[in-house]
Design a protein around this ligand. Structure first.
Ligand code: ADP
Ligand code: MG
Length: 144
């Protein structure tokens, strides 16, 4: 595992860009864990920007999930979800199985630890943490 420290929102967005470029162009799930304020939404917004999704990249804390269709993108569809207010059962009822089986789709899940048992083995975990006021730590797989 490697631990990357960012010192600003923009640096976190840049880290997310490098992360997206390291991904194979096949359906992928990114599992973001960590407390409130750890920088999950910021990282997800960087992923959305790197994928060419059309802003605004509103946090799905209340809406649970937001889908971006990106014609001609490396990923044709990016789904940004937040499991903070829901259970794994809710996620299944929202069509989780179909979502994760879809082609050419990147799924980014905040609070993935809340629905850990429905996350596939292939999901890429990224643990987010507050270091101090301006620094956030992202712990991710070595290869990426
Ligand atoms: P979460 O989704 O984990 O609750 P957010 O991304 O919504 O976290 O919020 C992160 C907060 O931390 C924002 O208010 C942001 O301005 C602040 N912040 C400070 N430093 C950083 C950094 N290095 N990376 C990302 N966010 C940071
Ligand atoms: Mg968030």
């Amino acid at each position: 595992m490697k631990r990357m420290i960012t010192t600003s929102v923009e640096e976190t967005m840049d880290l997310a860009t490098r992360f997206v470029r390291s991904l194979p162009p096949t359906s992928t799930i990114v599992a973001l864990s960590g407390d409130l304020g750890a920088g999950k939404t910021t990282f997800a917004q960087g992923v959305l920007r790197a994928c060419g999704a059309t802003p605004p990249y509103t946090s799905p804390t209340f809406t649970i999930m937001k889908e971006y269709v990106i014609p001609g993108g490396v990923f044709e569809r990016v789904i940004h979800c937040d499991a903070y207010r829901i259970t794994a059962q809710d996620m299944l009822e929202l069509g989780w199985e179909e979502m994760i089986a879809a082609q050419n789709t990147l799924i980014v899940v905040e609070w993935s630890e809340r629905i850990a048992h429905i996350m596939p083995q292939s999901a890429i975990p990224i643990a987010c943490a507050v270091v101090d006021d301006t620094r956030r730590a992202y712990t991710m797989r070595e290869k990426l």
